[in-house]
Design a protein around this ligand. Structure first.
Ligand SMILES: *Cc1c(COP(=O)(O)O)cnc(C)c1O
Length: 967
């Protein structure tokens, strides 16, 4: 009878954790010296883990000096149930006593049959159902070699794709697929035709992105390469990947990434090989690391823990690719019977005791502990992994970065920490990029008490080498957690900013790239209820989640102004330089009220307003200020007009004393096509909407001078005071541009203030139609909207005053702002707003990048295209044009081919259906009492074909409506 002593009573390993007196002695003893004498220089582990193991039990080993260690390396993950598991030992003893042969080549035995059945039960069921098993020579590398052969012979191709950071073994074939260049440095002529792809690695993302975005870029790179007929890479027989990279630095592949890789390989007929030699068998919290991706590989390579601690390796693959002929891949020791026994027992125990699930729980515990240590030290750049397979990436404690802005690796410090941990009774491995990752691969039977010991040993090891973080000024931890919500100055201060912006950029990019309609078509009621479901205030989420959700819920259900069928309003696709400017505006958050809140910004706004005044033909007496848009500019124009006229008439100071008693006599003259903000301004200015007198227009929609003259005369005759006349350069519906010289003549003749609302048509000044704005330079105030035909993001407007001294009507002295003795300019004096956005930067960057000439050409193009679209509508029998276009709007309606329809109702319905079904966003207005549809051309990138399609779409919609209802 063979007996086996598993009784550790009376030895130091009787305690579940190592008991230390001081540090362990790591000077080489006789055994180590002997090893050094006899064994080749190729020795590896003993150099960094200089211990001679005398005995071992569970997660503990005892060296030849009697010193006990907690082993979180566990034979590089082979001893998944720890050392000398009593049940495995018992099974081995029983089988040896029963006369089991040590090995049998590939001749079958009851032990082998039992193992295969345990293995099949251990695999995901749907994978096992169609699987074949192939036993290989006992090293993992041999399984990988077999997988490569199988893939090549099955596909008839030679190319293999592996990943940066990969490790698959040390043979000529497997080493060719290895990431690590040091190990490969002296190997010439390894297996040819291997290509390397980017693996998702947050901390050192090859694309400089973080999180999911980086992983998605990697997938895109792979898919793009495979689709590129000039990639230079012949179609691979297989892509081989570790679902959790081990030697590469404990880097888990996200589940969605594996899933996408499965899709891509399937689409291209490439075999997908998962190498779970290290990460398989319960360590990652499930039986196999690939399981939570919900996919299956074509070939699965297993070794290490699958033999329950004894040598074994094998492949499991889909039986459809079983293209082997007898004996094409053999290995003498592929029938290791003892390993079949220990392996079967290990798989049985893991399943029976739900140890994979336990590894998830203990793994979370270990990870949290490691993260706590990371918070306290400056030398940990990352804690990552899956289940109990965890890595801690060590970096330069001074926070130095490499040229890619990533934490600088610290290989020497990593070795030193590994050794200091060993001195404190903890065995951990290291690996990863520049050998700077400490690796935990403990047996999955590790206990919480043992994890506590490991954490303590590691923390002390680090503390012995690296100064802890300065007790982060006694900021309490709550305040500390607020930091992540802000951008900070100094090293790494803007890391969060970078991540948020990158993620947002990627999310938006995805939306733009995948959008094929101007609106998602989601029922408005459903959209509202989804938005209402969002919790405001309770359970704050991570910013990354919020960005993700925003993109899903809000981004995808927005009106997409870039879509060719989004053509309703004065609502432009924004130009890129201005979008970039928005990032500067918001991150720098300058406030335009005073120079000490907006240093460079103050000068920029002044430069841009000077450019604007000059461009519109004003002299140096003029000045302007940025506003939130046409509404605010019009209000300011009329406010200056009111106060100026009152001051001129009676010397009253409205700012100080309020409106004089004759204020109810003041009247505003404009055309009936002018913007409703005339009425709104009059009301806000205390004059009442009735103070606005809208006069008739000519048939082209411009103000009738005669009508205006008549109105002014009769108002005056009634004792009223018409004090301001507004010319509109670009009415909202027709795009009519009043004759501004005529308006100026009238204003001059009657001593009135002249205001021009050029919110829409101001951009004509840059175009070859600039003459249509002649007379604008005679205006006392001018409204310009950059967020219309200047293609700027909302909001962005300006008002120009011909005489800058008129700004005094809104100037108020505030001690904390406009200190009289200041030599530096404070723009608050010119605005009715105090805190104000740095919108001028958008115009500034656009003028620099695109330039006024190109912008003018775009306006020319839009005007020209508008005429062509009007012609197109005239030529389609089912539509009618309702007015000749003046600027860039087209007013028309669907008329169909039958009499008796209620065309007003029909056109209303067309617009609404088009909108909510996400087919087109068109405008609606009333022209001469008829409900009209409206296109506003504000996207210079559209083609006539876009309009053809849009009209066809509207016609189809109209026909649907007619069919369904009896309009
Ligand atoms: C758009 C517009 C306005 C209002 O400007 P906002 O920027 O929307 O505040 C005023 N007048 C005209 C003619 C417009 O087209």
């Amino acid at each position: 009878m063979i007996s086996f002593n598993t009784d550790f009573q009376g030895t130091k390993a009787a305690s579940p954790i190592p008991v230390l007196q001081g540090l362990h002695d790591l000077t080489p003893d006789e055994l180590l010296l002997s090893q050094e004498h006899y064994e080749s220089e190729v020795r590896s582990y003993p150099r960094r883990l200089p211990v001679a193991i005398a005995k071992a039990y569970g997660a503990l080993v005892e060296d030849s000096r009697g010193q006990v260690y907690l082993d979180c390396l566990a034979g590089a993950g082979t001893l998944v149930l720890g050392y000398n598991h009593p049940e495995i030992n018992q099974a081995l003893i029983e089988q040896l006593n029963a006369g089991i042969p040590y090995q049998t080549l590939d001749i079958t035995t009851p032990a082998k049959d039992h193992f295969i059945r345990e293995l099949m039960a251990f695999l995901p069921q749907d994978f096992a159902e169609n699987a074949k098993v192939q036993f290989c020579g006992p090293s993992g590398a041999d399984a990988v070699e077999a997988a490569i052969k199988l893939a090549k012979q099955t596909t008839g191709r030679n190319t293999i794709a592996a990943f940066h950071g990969a490790y698959h073994g040390m043979t000529n074939g497997t080493m060719a697929m290895m990431g690590n260049l040091n190990t490969k440095a002296r190997r010439q002529g390894l297996m040819s035709d291997v290509h390397f792809l980017p693996f998702p690695y947050d901390l050192r993302c090859p694309f400089g992105l973080q999180g999911e975005q980086g992983a998605r870029q990697g997938l895109r790179y792979i898919e793009r390469m495979l689709a590129d007929d000039e990639s230079g890479v012949q179609k691979p027989a297989a892509i081989i990947v570790e679902p959790v990279q081990g030697e590469g630095g404990v880097i888990p592949a996200p589940a969605f990434w594996l899933k996408e890789l499965r899709r891509i390989t399937e689409e291209h007929g490439i075999l997908l090989i998962f190498d779970e030699i290290q990460c398989g068998i319960g360590k990652t919290g499930s039986n196999f690391a690939f399981e939570d991706a919900g996919i299956q590989p074509d070939i699965l390579c297993l070794s290490k823990a699958v033999g329950g601690g004894l040598p074994m390796s094998l492949l499991v693959f889909n039986k459809d690719i079983d293209t082997w002929r007898p004996g094409e891949h053999t290995g003498t020791f592929r029938g290791n019977q003892l390993a079949m026994v220990s392996g079967a027992k290990a798989l049985e125990i893991i399943r029976r005791d739900r140890l994979a699930q336990q590894a998830q729980v203990t793994g979370d515990y270990l990870r949290r502990g490691l993260e706590k240590i990371a918070e306290k030290t400056r030398c940990i750049a990352d804690v990552r992994g899956k289940g109990l397979m965890l890595g801690v990436e060590i970096c330069d404690p001074e926070g130095k970065k490499n040229k890619f802005g990533e934490p600088l690796s610290a290989p020497e410090l990593t070795v030193a920490i590994q050794r200091a941990a060993l001195e404190r009774g903890l065995i951990i491995e290291k690996g990863g990029r520049e050998g700077s990752v400490l690796r935990f691969l403990p047996p999955i039977i590790i206990t919480f008490e043992q994890i506590d010991f490991a954490l303590k040993a590691l923390e002390e090891a680090i503390d012995s080498l690296v100064e802890p973080k300065p007790a982060v000024q006694p900021l309490n931890s709550i305040q500390n957690s607020w930091r992540e919500h802000f951008i900070h100055v100094g090293k790494q201060g803007a890391d969060g900013f970078e991540a948020a912006m990158n993620q947002s950029t990627q999310a938006l990019k995805k939306i733009f790239e995948s959008t094929d309609s101007p609106y998602s078509g989601l029922d408005p009621m459903v959209l509202q209820s989804q938005i209402r479901r969002a919790q405001l205030g309770e359970n704050p989420q991570s910013l990354s989640d919020v960005i993700e959700e925003t993109s899903e819920l809000i981004g995808k259900n927005s009106i997409i102004v870039q879509h060719p069928h989004c053509i309703a309003h004065l609502h432009t696709p924004p130009m890129l330089p201005a979008v970039a400017a928005e990032a500067f505006i918001t991150a720098l958050n300058q406030s335009m009220d005073s120079w000490d809140q907006a240093s460079a910004a103050t000068f920029i706004e002044q430069e841009v307003t000077d450019w604007l005044c000059n461009r519109f033909g004003f002299d140096e007496n003029a000045d302007g200020v940025f506003t939130s848009g046409g509404t605010q500019s019009n209000l300011m124009g009329l406010l200056m007009a009111r106060d100026h006229i009152i001051h001129t008439l009676s010397g009253d100071n409205v700012q100080k004393d309020g409106l004089p008693d004759y204020a109810d006599k003041l009247r505003v003259i404009c055309s009936k096509n002018s913007h409703f903000t005339m009425q709104k301004s009059a009301s806000l200015l205390g004059l009442g909407e009735h103070a606005v007198v809208c006069v008739d227009t000519y048939s082209d929609g411009t103000i009738s001078v005669e009508a205006a003259e008549d109105a002014i005369s009769s108002l005056k005759a009634d004792g009223l005071i018409p004090f301001v006349i507004t010319g509109t350069a670009g009415t909202t519906d027709h795009g009519a541009v009043d004759d501004l010289d005529d308006v100026a003549d009238l204003a001059k003749k009657h001593g009135m203030w002249m205001h021009v609302d050029a919110a829409y048509g101001g951009a004509l000044k840059l175009s070859r139609h600039h003459a249509r704005l002649e007379g604008i330079e005679r205006a006392d105030s001018v409204t310009i909207d950059f967020h219309k035909m200047f293609f700027q993001p909302i909001s962005c407007g300006a008002v120009i005053l011909k005489d800058k001294s008129h700004f005094r009507y809104i100037r108020h002295h505030a001690d904390y702002l406009n200190r009289e003795e200041d030599v530096l300019p404070n723009l608050v004096d010119k605005s009715i707003a105090t805190t104000r956005r740095f919108d001028a930067l958008k115009v500034w960057m656009t003028l620099q990048n695109v330039g006024p000439q190109a912008m003018g050409s775009m306006v020319d193009h839009l005007l020209n295209q508008t005429q062509l679209v009007a012609d197109m509508i005239n030529h389609r029998s089912h539509f009618e044009l309702l007015a000749a276009p003046c600027l860039s709007t087209v007013l028309f309606r669907f008329k169909g081919n039958e009499k008796g329809w209620d065309l007003d109702a029909l056109n209303k319905q067309i617009r609404l259906d088009a909108l909510v079904q996400g087919r087109a966003v068109v405008g609606e207005t009333v022209v001469d009492g008829k409900v009209a549809l409206k296109f506003t051309l504000l996207n210079p990138c559209l083609s006539l074909t876009d309009f053809e399609q849009l009209l066809t779409e509207l016609e189809a919609l109209a026909n649907d409506i007619v069919k369904q209802t009896s309009l």
